[in-house]
Design a protein around this ligand. Structure first.
Ligand code: FES
Length: 72
């Protein structure tokens, strides 16, 4: 399994994917699993992550807010 930067999880090789009912939705040699949460064909990626600018990079840390009270 390979995590694509700003994209899906690519699964290649000998595997079997089952849903919660034990059904196998598709069998292929490789699949791309959505991890942005907006795909219309979950659990598979439909490239919608590009439209929503999904990013796997952590958001920049913001500066902590200033103290409300100044110590004496
Ligand atoms: S990762 Fe591609 S649609 Fe979600």
């Amino acid at each position: 399994m390979t995590a694509r930067p700003d994209g899906p999880l690519l699964v290649r090789g000998d595997f079997e994917l089952q849903n919660e009912n034990g059904e196998i939705p598709r069998t292929r040699a490789s699949i791309a699993l959505c991890r942005c949460g907006v795909s219309a064909i979950k659990p598979f990626c439909d490239d919608t992550h590009k439209l929503v600018s999904f990013t796997t990079n952590p958001a920049p840390q913001s500066e902590p807010p200033p103290p409300r009270y100044q110590p004496c």
